[in-house]
Write a new protein. Sequence first.
Length: 327
Amino acid sequence: MSDNQQASASGARVLFVSPNRIGDSVIASGIVREINRQWPNARITVAAGGPPAPFFRSAPGVERIIVVNKGKWASHWFRLWAEVVKQPWDVVIDTRGSALGWLVRAGTRRIYNRGWETGVPKVEVVSRLMQAPHSLEPELYIDDRAQAEAAAVIDSQLADGAGLGPIIALAPIAHQKGKSWPADRWGALVEMLKAEPRFDGWRFMLVGGPGDHPPAAPALAAAGERGIDFVGKGDILASAAAIRRAALFVGNDSGLMHVAAAAGTPTLGLFGPTEWWLYGPRGPRTRTVASNQTRGEFAPIEDLTVEAVFAAALDLHDAFIGAETGA
């Protein structure tokens, strides 16, 4: 009997070291389903950063989550090692390519290799890591708790007299330099969308983390009574549940953009000097608009005009809303 067969028969103990960032965690989320396929009845321990940790609380086979927040002098790795070294693992999957995967007892090791990043989307690299026979598409496990938390925020604001129209979610934040479209342009975009007949009666929901109020403020101000404030209102899974309730999503190249695509909401990602053809939202209901639309060429995200984003938002609407309603 092979190691995989023995582990599968007894319920393999799997240590899955997830990416640290939200976007990368979404991109690698298909690993959970693949673990369950390769090792049925697996008992999975996930090591994850604090912000993306909620993604795994309802994932199939996950019995424990170890939150790994970065510490000085890489002390978080020593803390994690102390947590997981005490027992042998049937399988260790390390998406961070760290030394940890080699320093614990394991029957099977799948360790990420940055040398595999050769100009293909990261989902394909993750699929190679798992030796999967197909692409491991992102998948979210949005539980009842997340849906209830999202509803508590959204429904109270929908009942404020501004109407119950469809929602467009907007994420005007990105935590890496060069990825954030200027905040005032988000306000100008909302003004243009409010004046567009296709968006008559629509609500504008701003989403983001606790520190994202400043970049969201111009768009919320422009939305006025038609705005919904979901900035800093819940953890990432509650934000995912809120975005899934939206009819459309428009956002910077960020973790929330990947969340929206994985949630199945038609998604438009805004790109500046990054590789939109590699890191754009994944899935058939997605679009990108970049400050330079030529592959291999770049321009500052400030070169992306409000008119260009507005036109791309209309295209997104017509492809996924107008096509369904005949509007």
